[in-house]
Design a protein around this ligand. Structure first.
Ligand code: UP6
Length: 260
């Protein structure tokens, strides 16, 4: 899987969002996902206006925003169209299927209306994937299933990881990829490895987060898309940092697949 180019893997993907992401990565030469963990809509929109051209995906935590509105969603989607990136809502759904389908489609956020893809925990079992599959009902949407976490002392075991990958195989149309940390976690080249816990300046945050370098996560750990949050968002000059991360990540990918 990790030796194949994104162009080749686009053809092997079943999920339409995975196909689009592989295509965007190859076209924009960016395997960088920006995690915009900010609490104000104007700050999020402003940052994306400045760095959108360098990213393939934006990851939101919509429930930390203090002034959420429908107009925010409209503007976010406009930026996504203008700069050619997709939107991942990192909701980490983890309840019984019925509750998840309500959380996905209803409430204040109506995540299913605007997010191209969402993150989901496998903990509750297959029902959560079944529920999202039913809610999506043929529209082009995707799921990144959490197989591993970046945080120190997390309770995920090798058996949990194996069962997670197994259950995902039953939903090829829905699965965009896995949130995970290791290249051995799954082998299907049509799925995307999304890896958080990436920073150049620091090795942790004092609250359990563990950081690796762009080179390590792409070359050793098999990441296809790297998630960078505070490394860019909290930097003095995010425009400069975004280019540094994008270049380092792309260079590591090019080396991995043996491209010039
Ligand atoms: N995230 C992780 N680790 C995981 C899964 N998700 O850090 O295993 C998410 C966090 C945060 C982002 O919820 O939004 O990725 C990482 O941000 P950071 O780069 O600022 O640490």
């Amino acid at each position: 899987r990790t030796k194949l180019t994104y162009e080749k893997r686009e053809k092997l993907a079943n999920n339409p969002i995975a196909k689009k992401l592989f295509n965007i990565m190859a076209t924009k030469k960016s395997n960088l996902c920006l995690s915009v963990d900010l609490t104000s809509t104007s700050k999020i929109l402003d940052l994306l206006t400045r760095v959108g051209e360098h990213i393939c995906l934006v990851k939101t935590h919509v429930d930390i925003i203090e002034d959420f509105s429908e107009s925010f969603v409209t503007q976010l989607k406009q930026l996504a169209d203008r700069f050619g990136f997709l939107i991942l809502e990192d909701r980490k759904f983890a309840d019984i299927g019925n509750t998840v389908s309500l959380q996905y489609s209803k409430g204040l956020y109506k995540i299913g209306d605007w997010a191209d893809c969402v993150t989901v925990h496998s903990l509750p079992g297959e029902g959560v994937l079944k529920a999202i599959s039913a809610s999506v009902n043929g529209v082009s949407k995707g799921v990144f299933l959490l197989a591993e976490m970046s945080s120190e002392g997390n309770l995920i075991t090798p058996d949990y990881i194996e069962q997670t990958v197994k259950v995902a195989a039953k939903y090829p149309e829905l699965m965009t990829g896995f949130v995970c940390q290791n290249k051995k976690t799954f082998s299907d080249p049509g799925l995307i490895q999304l890896t958080p816990g990436v920073q150049l300046q620091s090795s942790g945050d004092g609250l359990g987060q563990v950081y690796n370098t762009p080179e390590k996560i792409i070359l050793e750990n098999g990441a296809d898309i790297a998630v960078v949050g505070r490394g860019i968002v909290a930097a003095k000059n995010p425009e400069a940092q975004v280019v540094i991360y994008r270049d380092a990540l792309w260079k590591a990918y090019a080396e991995r697949v043996g491209a010039k």
